[in-house]
Design a protein around this ligand. Sequence first.
Ligand code: BG6
Length: 476
Amino acid sequence: MTDAPTFVVFGATGHLSRTKLIPALARVLAAEHITDHALIGVGSRSRSDDSFRSMVEDSLREAGTPPNVTTSFVAAPIRYLAVSDDASYDTLARVVAETEDAAGLPQNRVLYLAIPPSQLDATVMGVQSSGLDNGDGWTRLVVEKPFGTNLATAKRSNEIIHRSFHENQVYRIDHFLGKETVRNLLVFRFTNSLFEQTWNRRHIESVEITVAETAGLDGRAGYFDESGTVRDMVQNHLTQILTLIAMEPPVTMDAPSIHTEKVKVLSAMRQIEPDHAVIGQYTPGVVAGHPVGGYLEEPGVPQRSTTPTFAALRVHIDNWRWHGVPFFLRTGKRMSKRSSIITVRYLRPPICLFHAEGTCSGHQNVLRMRLQPDEGFDLLFDVKQPGDETRIEQIALTVNYDAVRAGAADAYETLLTDVIEGDQTLFVRADEVEAAWERYEPLLDRGDIHPYAAGTDGPEGADRLMLPDEGMWARL
Ligand code: BG6
């Protein structure tokens, strides 16, 4: 495949570009044997082409990129420009065209916006006024999450983007959709009739989606303190997992069919009631044996910040398949363990036939889908222990996705390949991102923050989201 694209990366010197995007781009171009390309970095501070090129080389080295991949990536044209006003966007458009011209590239452009939502509208308008979106080849606009900061801003950004971009040119990124184990969800559900037959309110009692992190801010206070967990994780990553778990089978596996089914889930999702959410912020504690400071001690976090670093929610989807089945969502930073797991709890049999000491000795069937880091799944079920007495024990049928652990493409590589190939399946459509914001609107900027010590599984208050007979949050 030789589509010879020019990558114009806005926010090119930011954390995301340095740690994920640029290393993934180099690997994708090498894997796809694309040698004709150009990289134009764009930022707000001025810097020379050479210093940008050195930054690119450093990022690739830090990411462990093979030397031959680095050599061929930096052999292509690499430029850097700072933009602020309309005139600088005009200069950018001119530099991009000149670079393409000099390298004989056909003006196929990936405009990658790795910038915070507050800069999105101005950047898109700058692109539009300069004509950068109007080359002779194809142009694709990639927008990092979070897309907007609430429903109103997301709508406004969509409206601005659609002034010159057709929706089929827009790739709203949620990198969780590029993870192997998340991509596996639809395969798991829709090829295994054993599970799909029982994937509904008649057989499932509850579904829990937990994305726990041990990391803190990693120097991203500037971005994170403006966003907080609901905007940074819930509205996008957890919601995407939720829609893949809850959606109906699409008519085909093409992007419009899948997006349409995901939007239907969001439309059926009840707006979150205030007492169905617990949000928290970490205080000092111990993570993996090391003492760590609290959120308010993180460099760059304002003294009295009430930004949440944890959220736990009880969500209801009022449709035919899921009515009455609670979905529990939980995510947090500085928790006891890094672990992303979906726990599907099945209803118990109607009558308990086996008792021990007056209580039912049967357990609930549970499907645990481990998204990361120990990718795989466990199916928990009951068996009789050998012996005269009828003793029941719960055992796990465990499947490990060793191939994923052995290093399948990382999420950004998968998504960048799709952008280059023009496949929007793993991206988020305009109406989908708006529907997701609408559901979480009551949670944004809530003040009642529950503290939790770093290294724990979040505030105790989160337990009250589950009714007494609904079990407990999965242990991390
Ligand atoms: C990012 C969030 O989108 O996802 C981060 O901004 C979070 O706050 C990260 O840490 C988690 O992604 P991963 O791939 O490391 O699980």
